[in-house]
Design a protein around this ligand. Structure first.
Ligand code: ATP
Length: 885
């Protein structure tokens, strides 16, 4: 028998599950053990050994190894072994770097792994989707990506998009009744919902009947191609740049070799020196360090509650010039409390904080018993019936489970004395769920005595036009223009106080008559409006201000009423003098050109529907902006995707929104976007810092050799010294630069232009000028020590080696700021201090530890030489110390 043929009772029996309580945690555990996790099998990961050997793939490293082998065969054993050892250590480091990058990327994947709502031991809990087992009872709602095959047992307007399985792109309406046919295609199994498909509307409950590879999706999983990570724009740019650099380095090295041979150096000696120089000068490690810097930055962002789903977003974040943010829950607390309740006759204030179900009603200053006001009493009862939220008590705190707006309505119901028993007299038999497009929710509720009412709750300006009568103490009467004006006055008073408003309407249904959705929501009786406070998050005002100083405009986008939105924008100081509020209806009547013409002065978009968001993103982009856009619902996905940085909400966001986004805010908080942008800018700056350091060092190394050859001098550095410098002096400090904190002014500069090249803003000049000077001072040190006397060669080479190392290690502090070497406290990056100190120490070991003299072609230096070496080494950095260039 197929799962869709089972009735609910048979299903419970077959899967051994209690339909009211779900599985027990014990049952779930033993099933998980037996059947394995609910996961699709993934392709094999790359073998660790292979990853290690990949480090030697680089062409120049192979040439170096070959050259070393030759020199070993020619009797230069010590050199050969030293070079081999350095190459090996280099490979080990590269390997660990790649492993780290790989690991942090997979950690990211884990963090964004999906969860499911499941009934276990009688209560609904959230578990990782991988832990679902056969027989689990699972709740799904609009925006969920299903992670197991379900036989549905309850549905409420549930629509599922199954294109990934059936190719059908239109959503399919689901139901819970069992089907009799023997053979039904997947697309026709209307009481089933399949893993990998997407809930686009409504909600439902189902029993898990297939997990992991045993799902319909699992059967075709082998057909799904695993997409590998695409390199980020910066990584791609650097790969391109790498090619140019390799070519240049090779050309210069070849030049060094040719000139050297022409000047009489032995070919073999020059060949080994040239190859070592090429290995040192080619920044083959650059892409790996960039990946490490990006992924380390990503980990720092996680600590600040931002999860990067696409590495490329880290770079784009630094370019953001506009943030379009939802209001509710992102800029505000999403802690909703009803503060006012008004009918056309009564206007009450409600006391109490948060979701605590205690509070009183006041009319002006006099406490009122709402039970004696039938209009309000009934309205609040209806507000609690047309409602999915429940209030829970945990650790002496009252929390809402479900939509906070609905939670607030439940709480005000409790305050008015509405009891669970009273509500149990009613049964909801039909529902049209809330969505941001419709801005309303409708149910049919049936009383035990047979009374049947439609309850509609939603935005007052949406419900008023659907109402033809109004509820008053004398009963229901036709809605007159005067009443409409009065309702608008009430609405205006509430919205001006930044209250979120929900109106409640109803209509009694005739017995036995059936209605379609359209008929249900017309000719309503308007009962009244509740005014809900949702205070702005404390940290948001400051974050908006920080963004403003960083040249980033913040725009509020909300489904809420324009005046409510305006009042909150005022509280948050989001809008400058002359800023505009544009409503969804206005936006719909504008052409794209008209929208673009006003978008720069618009700060609030109110009463918008999700599809407006896409137009807003496009309009900003056409005005040349880099746009970050937040969203949480299914319908937000297109706008999130179209924006440059799509941002979704970790707590309230749907799977669909998360999948479309490149950044997830774990705490749904606007201020986290600011932190992520700051981090994004910093990561990019750090990447620039080590590129600058590495390339300037390489320029210095090549030039000292080139100049020496031109001047017919002996080799100022021997191959093993060059390789050592490349490994120790270049490698460690460069990594530490990647961990540098942001400069204090990082959020005081305008956003970086997305088209900007790596060497923009003077970086190219800095690299060449500093590199040139490093080459020159090393050469001067060498010449002064050498004095044309071949007997002093070993000494001179040791001095040149030390000067090169010292010059680079001083220069690394210059790279920390784009302003000047004095702009930063040299002690503020302890990693860098550690890296520099260990490089100095290793240099001293190489120079003063006798057994290494032969290996590194060094000798003891007298102490006074260090004064001279340090003074020379400081010149490249301090020559420009006071200038901005
Ligand atoms: P944002 O886009 O900032 O998150 P929002 O949450 O205010 O804005 P929506 O959720 O689309 O936007 O709500 C729009 C309007 O719909 C609200 O102002 C309110 O009047 C009404 N509304 C909100 N939630 C419900 C609900 N659960 N049932 C009925 N109506 C609702």
């Amino acid at each position: 028998m197929n799962w869709y043929q089972y009735s609910a009772e048979n299903l419970a029996e077959k899967l051994d599950v209690n339909m009211d309580k779900g599985l027990s945690s014990k049952q779930a555990e033993s099933r998980l053990k037996k059947l394995g996790p609910n996961k699709l099998e993934e392709g094999k990961s790359i073998n660790v050994l292979l990853l290690f050997f990949r480090q030697f793939q680089d062409f120049m490293v192979l040439v170096l190894l070959a050259a070393t082998l030759i020199s070993g065969l020619l009797g230069e054993y010590v050199d050969a072994v030293a070079i081999m050892a350095i190459v090996f250590v280099n490979a080990v480091l590269g390997f660990f770097q790649e492993q780290k990058a790989e690991k942090s990327l997979s950690k990211l994947k884990e963090l964004s792994a999906p969860h499911a709502q499941v009934l276990r031991d009688g209560s609904w809990i959230k578990v990782p989707s991988a832990d679902l087992v056969m027989g689990d009872i699972v709740k799904v709602t609009s925006g969920d990506r299903l992670s197991a095959d379900l036989r549905l047992i309850k549905t409420s307007g549930l629509e599922v998009e199954e294109s990934s399985l059936t190719g059908e792109s239109l959503p399919v309406l689901k139901h819970e009744n069992h089907l009799m046919d023997e053979t039904l295609e997947l697309g026709d199994q209307a009481n089933m919902a399949f893993s990998g498909t997407l809930v686009t509307r409504g909600s439902g409950v189902g029993v898990v009947v297939g997990t992991g590879m045993k799902t319909a999706m699992g059967q075709i999983a082998s057909l799904l191609v695993q997409t590998s990570r695409k390199p980020t724009p910066l990584e791609r740019k650097l790969a391109e740049l790498g090619k140019i650099l390799i070519f240049t380095a090779l050309l210069l090295t070849a030049f060094v070799v040719v000139v050297g041979v022409y000047r009489g150096h032995p070919l073999y000696e020059m060949f080994l020196a040239g190859v070592s120089l090429a290995v040192a000068a080619i920044p083959e490690g650059l892409p790996a360090i960039v990946t490490v810097a990006l992924s380390l930055g990503v980990q720092r962002m996680i600590k600040k509650k931002a999860i990067v789903r696409k590495l490329s977003a880290v770079e784009t974040l630094g370019c953001a010039s506009v943030i379009c943010s939802d209001k509710t829950g992102t800029m505000t607390e999403n802690q909703m409390t009803v503060k006012q309740v008004s009918t056309i006759e009564d206007h009450l204030y409600v006391t109490g904080e948060g979701y605590d179900p205690f509070g009183a009603f006041f009319e002006r200053d006099i406490e009122t018993n709402v039970r004696e006001i039938p209009g309000i009493n009934r309205m609040l009862l209806y507000g609690s019936l047309c409602n999915h939220a429940s209030i829970l008590k945990r650790d002496d705190r009252y929390l809402v489970d479900g939509d906070p707006t609905e939670g607030a309505l439940k709480v005000v119901g409790y305050k008015a004395g509405i009891t669970e028993e009273q509500m149990k007299e009613w049964k909801v038999t039909y529902e049209i769920p809330f969505d941001s497009d419709r801005k309303r929710m409708t149910v049919i509720a049936e009383h035990q005595n047979g009374e049947r009412v439609v309850i509609v709750k939603g935005a007052p300006d949406v419900l008023l036009p659907r109402s033809t009568s109004i509820y008053s103490s004398s009963g229901q009467r036709p809605l007159k223009p005067k009443d409409e004006r009065e309702v608008e006055n009430i609405l205006s008073t509430m919205t001006n106080q930044a209250l979120r408003t929900i109106a409640i309407c109803y209509k009694t249904l005739k017995k036995g008559q059936s209605y379609n959705n359209f008929e249900l929501e017309k000719d309503l009786t308007f009962m009244g409006i509740t005014g809900i406070i949702d205070p702005p998050r404390k940290e948001v005002k400051r974050a908006i201000d920080d963004c403003r100083q960083a040249g980033i405009k913040t725009v509020m986008i909300t489904g809420d009423h324009a005046k409510t939105a305006h009042a909150i924008a005022r509280d948050l100081e989001l809008m400058p003098e002359g800023g505009r509020v544009v409503e969804g209806a206005q936006l719909s009547s504008m052409s794209d050109d008209q929208l673009e013409a006003i978008i720069d002065e618009t700060y609030v978009f109110a009463r918008v529907t999700p599809h407006h968001k896409l137009r807003i993103v496009n309009a900003f982009q056409n005005r040349g902006h880099v746009v970050a856009m937040t969203g949480d619902g299914v319908n937000d996905a297109p706008a999130i995707k179209a924006s440059d940085i799509g941002i979704s909400m970790g707590q309230s966001g749907t799977d669909v929104a998360k999948e479309a986004s490149s950044l997830v805010l774990l705490d749904d908080n606007f201020a986290t976007i600011r932190s992520a942008i700051q981090e994004g800018r910093n990561i990019y700056e750090n990447i620039r810092k080590f590129i600058r350091y590495l390339l300037a060092s390489n320029v210095g190394e090549i030039l000292v050799m080139l100049f020496a050859m031109f001047l017919a001098l002996p080799l100022p550095l021997v191959p093993v010294q060059i390789l050592w410098v490349n490994l120790v002096t270049d490698g460690l400090p460069a990594m530490a630069l990647g961990l540098d904190q942001s400069e204090r002014n990082v959020m005081k500069r305008p956003p970086r232009s997305p088209g900007e090249g790596v060497f923009a803003r003077g970086l190219g000049f800095k690299i060449i000028s500093r590199g040139f000077m490093i080459g020159i001072v090393t050469l001067i040190a060498f010449m002064m020590a050498y004095q044309g006397n071949p007997e002093r060669l070993l000494y001179a080479q040791t001095v040149a080696f030390s000067t090169l190392v010292v010059a680079q290690l001083i220069h690394v502090f210059d790279c920390r700021s784009e302003r000047s070497v004095f702009a930063r406290n040299p002690f503020s990056n302890l990693y860098l201090l550690g890296a520099v100190l260990s490089s100095v120490l290793l240099m001293l070991v190489v120079i003063y530890y006798d057994p290494l003299h032969e290996v590194f072609h060094t000798m003891d230096l007298p102490i006074r030489d260090w004064l001279f070496i340090t003074a020379l080494g400081a010149i490249p950095t301090f020559l420009w110390g006071f200038s901005k260039k």
